[in-house]
Design a protein around this ligand. Structure first.
Ligand code: WTA
Length: 713
């Protein structure tokens, strides 16, 4: 078997344009870890009968089990409406309110229980517990403000650009109470990035905060609001009101002035709404709850539109069965609410189940690598959720830290990137102290909730694999021609989901044609079909399935670079670099990194006659990317090259420069228009990397395959 697989890999390497789908990937099968009996005894899903409830012949009615976790004002008449394929609609006829489901309905039994516990970054500041009753008060008052002062009502869009503070879920839930569609932009994104999203969503209100703590500094955040308003204006959208929460109410922590008549302090406005109660607006199940922007293969970000009923049902169900959340757990997801993970598994999932959700303001290693474990110990966190990048980083800077603290996890989640078996073992043995189950969860902004993951009490864990598919999710791996790769064969292809599921996004805001072309056109054979069987969802990831049915996700097959779990589109990065007037051409490529998974390197060529020095150009490109996207997108290196390797038709061969940056084989370059430039670039880049001590370790076969396939579409 191993020989056969390697033989296929060798064959594939001979073809320069081979895609990931045709490359067989060999990896060592890892042993299983079984869940501890103590965990099984208390798990929400411990009876294997649940697998039958979600068997394919029970689809789509099986998802009633998730919807029944919610309060419906009106019950639905059609569980899955396929009439407008592939714009699936779930629970049509049903009506509900997300804010009611996450707040009001818990008051009767749990009004004095903490809904949120907020941990500010400065360690000498006490944490803040917000009970369900207090959350109810705050959400209502904010909803009154949005309705009465801003004039917002159901269907309007509002952009939020907020850090990790409880005011963020309060604002989201206040929007949801009114049926207003929130679009939270990750706080670390630049003002311009926020502005593009304001314009795309057509929001005329921006809600932000003056400042927040990050790695020990009180960072000025209001400054980004002014940049955002300006960027939106350039795209034709005028922001009427900027609402500014204050990190310290009553005290302005930004140096950026308030604009008269446009900018308002939320704490001041709220005084007029003290004690206000706003009836939750009963929304149709398919009404949009929020937009979450993500990167794709073209420069324009995609506003993934999630619907109220299907989304909320899906995150409630998956939080219950996969996160194993019980009402009396203390659950901490260390992701940022500005990403889909935070929306689904800090706010909507845990609160819909009435549990206590912890929010931490700052960086995990501030002031030192013991911080997360001190928080866990102090608050009695028993479910912990984070990303492989955070695990790798905490392992690197404090491998022995967890043992010093007395916390007790029953469950740990990992999300966002593939996790290396070695890192997984540290997570299991050192962080989880060999007592906690690990649930690896593969999913996407588009999918609303988990797709590939195991039921913690029923499926043994296997390091490096996300596990089988979630309940009611039927996957297949297809090759480039749409042929199914044999199940359990360990051969790589494109992972697709054959069926609709309630958490899936309904469309891309304002770009329905892109929804169809990006996710469905590749494998749809009959565009007129109303049968969901004809519309497999193309996730854009390569994957293999082992004999035991477990999936291993290999990474993106499109031009998206996953940096520390954040998706960055190469086109977005390149168009930011091209804003520097001296730059003629730009190409972004991924470089394998042991902590962040992937980092970005940028290749640029200059216009003729440019006089600026190399360091000046590098600084300009870095600053252009930081301004247009944000610091997370800052390239590790910028290489100014005499020319880009190109095909005869003038297309930049990204796989060639990606191979150069990763010290991998550049493959066949005979078809290039300028093959001589390849050696020149290799010498320039690799000798500089040698000098900087940036020579990477040898790549694994899967990593080689990823680099080889990069940019080949
Ligand atoms: C990758 C984050 C391997 C994948 C929830 C996907 C993963 C992209 C995993 C989505 C995982 C996410 N194992 N790869 N457990 N989870 N990915 O939209 O490439 O920010 O397509 O959603 O991250 O990233 P997004």
């Amino acid at each position: 078997m191993a020989e056969e697989v390697q033989g296929q890999a060798a064959e594939a390497s001979e073809s320069s344009e081979s895609s990931e789908a045709t490359i067989a990937v060999h990896w060592r099968e890892e042993g299983y870890y079984v869940p501890p009996p103590k965990f099984i005894g208390q798990a929400n899903a411990s009876d294997p009968a649940i697998l039958d409830h979600f068997a394919e012949d029970k689809f789509p009615e099986c998802f009633r089990e998730y919807a029944d976790l919610l309060h419906w004002d009106e019950y639905w008449h059609t569980t899955l409406d396929t009439s407008n394929a592939p714009f699936w609609r779930w629970f049509t006829g049903g009506k509900l309110n997300a804010s009611y489901n996450c707040v009001d309905r818990h008051l009767e039994k749990h009004k004095n229980k903490a809904a949120l516990i907020w941990v500010p970054e400065p360690e000498d500041t006490a944490h803040v517990a917000i009970t369900y009753q207090e959350l109810y008060r705050r959400v209502n008052e904010m909803a009154a403000l949005l309705r009465d002062f801003c004039g917002l009502s159901a269907g309007d869009r509002v952009t939020l650009h907020m850090p990790m503070v409880p005011e963020l879920p309060v604002t989201m839930l206040a929007c949801a109470r009114l049926g207003v569609i929130h679009s939270q932009v990750f706080g670390g994104f630049s003002g311009a990035a926020c502005g593009h999203r304001i314009a795309d969503s057509g929001s005329d209100v921006l809600i932000t905060m003056d400042a927040y703590y990050r790695s020990g500094d009180l960072v000025d955040h209001k400054v980004k609001a002014d940049e955002a308003v300006e960027a939106a204006r350039k795209e034709g959208t005028e922001v009427d009101k900027v609402l500014v929460w204050r990190r310290f109410p009553g005290q302005f922590s930004s140096k950026t002035p308030m604009v008269e008549g446009r900018d308002f302090f939320v704490d001041e406005l709220l005084a007029d709404h003290r004690g206000a109660v706003v009836a939750p607006v009963s929304m149709p199940a398919e009404a949009p709850l929020f937009l979450m922007y993500t990167s794709g293969t073209t420069g324009r970000p995609k506003g993934c539109q999630h619907s109220t009923g299907g989304y909320l049902a899906y995150v409630a169900g998956t939080s219950k069965f996969y996160q194993d959340i019980h009402p009396d757990d203390t659950y901490w997801c260390m992701a940022d609410i500005g990403w889909i993970t935070g929306h689904s598994y800090i706010v909507y999932g845990p609160l819909s189940l009435g549990t206590t959700s912890v929010i931490y303001e700052g960086t995990p290693n501030y002031p030192d690598a013991g911080r997360p474990w001190r928080i866990a110990e102090r608050l009695g966190v028993n479910i912990f959720h984070t990303s492989p990048t955070a695990i790798r980083m905490l392992r690197k800077v404090g491998p022995d830290e967890p043992a010093k603290y007395d916390y007790d996890f029953k469950h740990m989640t990992t999300v966002g990137e593939p996790i290396e078996p070695e890192v997984y073992r540290w997570y299991y043995e050192t962080v989880g102290k060999g007592k906690a189950v690990i649930v690896d969860t593969w999913w996407q902004t588009e999918t609303g909730g988990f797709l590939g993951t195991g039921l913690p009490a029923l499926n043994a864990m296997k390091p490096g694999s996300c596990g089988p598919m979630a309940l009611g999710i039927y996957a297949e791996i297809l090759d480039e021609n749409g042929e199914a790769i044999p199940k359990g064969s360990g051969k790589a292809g494109n992972i697709c989901i054959r069926n609709p599921w309630p958490g899936a996004f309904a469309t891309i805001w304002g770009q329905p044609e892109r929804f169809v072309s990006t996710y469905f056109a590749k494998y749809n054979k009959d565009p007129d079909s109303k049968d969901w069987h004809d519309w497999p969802y193309f996730a854009g990831d390569g994957a293999v399935q082992a004999e035991d049915g477990y999936y291993r996700i290999l990474g993106r097959v499109d031009d998206v670079i996953n940096v520390a779990g954040h998706r960055l589109g190469t086109k977005e990065l390149e168009s930011s670099a091209l804003m520097v007037p001296e730059i003629a051409e730009a190409a972004a490529v991924p470089v394998i990194d042991d902590v962040r998974g992937r980092v970005v390197e940028m290749y640029v060529s200059l216009k003729p006659g440019v006089e600026a020095s190399g360091p000046e150009i590098e600084a300009k490109v870095k600053s252009a990317i930081e301004t247009d996207i944000g610091k997370i997108a800052r390239p590790r290196n910028i290489w100014i090259v005499p020319d880009m390797p190109k095909t005869r038709s003038g297309k930049i061969m990204r796989r060639v420069i990606a191979a150069t940056s990763n010290f991998a084989d550049v493959g066949d370059i005979t078809t290039l228009a300028n093959p001589e430039v390849v050696e020149q670039i290799r010498h320039q880049v690799q000798s500089a990397k040698h000098a900087r001590g940036e020579v990477p370790r040898e790549l694994t076969e899967a990593e080689e395959a990823e680099i080889k396939a990069f940019g080949s579409e």
